[in-house]
Design a protein. Structure first.
Length: 347
């Protein structure tokens, strides 16, 4: 049995996170520094730097010697590049000196369309309107563009009409930019329930990836999937619609948050890797998520935020980029596929 990694990136900027909403109102967003483009390019460069020979080409590939045991791992080879500050954006929006010094592992900035690693980028519509070339670059580097909504409002706080408008607006916007159909959606702060899933489906999406089973977070939605047919790590909601939940570690009756984000930054790496390997052995696949601002130690500080919010947002940001590289290295025997490709492989 082959193992699959669904690597997902939620494209939102440092001032748009839910924890800071009470300190940074939506009306002030245009006045804040946009840092998401350069941070997303850094993530794209990390993914591009993996040489094609080190990836497994598709969800249907199998390897009787390796794929059933993702714990026997060899390091990935990263493409060599020139060290030092460099420009990676497509429109010269940032001067060279704007970038921090990059390591040799991710300083090439070159597209690698032959790289079989494909991730899913859930893009916020508000940002897509302002930096459409970033959305096209994600597409051109072989990754899936999906929707993160338009305004980053919690789905559970919106009326049916407001949510429908947000879903349709963001989907149409991204399709106009990329020239491709948008299949997937991820709700801000995983704020979904059964009724919201139905609205998402009715708006023309093929899958949602918003359900997080960790119950100790107040914003996360509640969905009972026990009656739905499970295919891989996805659940078939209807004949044409799937839910791909965030992966969490289950120990007995306890659910531990293991999907990425702040939990990835806060947790000691050996423990996090052990949990991922356990899920791969049990499920054959693992869903990971993070945000571009999580690899940006130079982002502005929201000084008025509460100490718990500051701790959750800023802890270990300096280490997150190298930690991500290490995770990809340690899972190199798995196939890194985007969400749509995964759904197509299990249908």
């Amino acid at each position: 049995m082959s193992c699959h990694i669904l690597l997902t990136i939620d494209i939102e900027d440092w001032f748009q996170v839910e924890n800071f909403k009470e300190y940074i109102p939506f009306s002030s967003w245009p006045s804040h520094e946009l840092r998401v483009e350069k941070n997303t390019y850094r993530l794209l460069d990390i993914l591009d730097s993996i040489t094609p020979s080190d990836t497994i080409p598709s969800t249907n590939s199998t390897n009787s010697n390796n794929s059933s045991n993702p714990t026997n791992l060899k390091p990935l080879k990263f493409a060599e590049g020139n060290s030092g500050a460099h420009f990676t954006g497509p429109n010269n929006l940032y001067p060279v000196e704007f970038f921090e010094k990059e390591s040799e592992a991710d300083s090439t900035g070159a597209s690698n369309p032959s790289n079989n690693l494909s991730a899913t980028f859930f893009v916020l519509g508000w940002l897509a309107e302002r930096i459409p070339n970033l959305v096209r670059e994600i597409r051109d580097r072989g990754h899936e563009v999906a929707s993160h909504g338009y305004n980053h409002n919690l789905c559970t706080k919106e009326s049916r009409e407001e949510l429908q408008s947000d879903l349709l607006k963001s989907k149409s916007l991204l399709e106009d930019i990329t020239g491709k159909e948008v299949h997937g959606y991820r709700a801000p702060s995983f704020s979904v329930d059964h009724d919201i899933l139905k609205i998402i489906e009715d708006c023309g999406y093929r899958y949602d990836s918003s359900f997080n089973s960790f119950a100790m977070h107040g914003r996360y939605g509640r969905v009972d999937l026990s009656s739905k047919k499970r295919e891989g790590i996805a659940y078939k909601i209807s004949d044409t619609f799937y839910e791909i939940p965030i992966s969490n570690l289950v120990i007995g009756k306890t659910i531990l948050p293991w999907g990425g984000g702040g939990y990835f930054r806060l947790m000691p790496y050996p423990a996090f890797r052990y949990g991922v390997r356990s899920m791969l052995k049990h499920d054959g696949a693992y869903m990971f998520y993070m945000h571009p601002w999580e690899i940006d130690p130079g982002q502005p500080r929201v000084k008025q935020a509460s100490m718990p919010y500051k701790f959750r947002h800023y802890t270990n940001i300096k280490k997150a980029k190298e930690k991500l590289k290490r995770l990809i290295n340690d899972l190199d025997q798995c196939s890194f596929v985007n969400c749509t490709r995964y759904i197509e492989g299990i249908c």
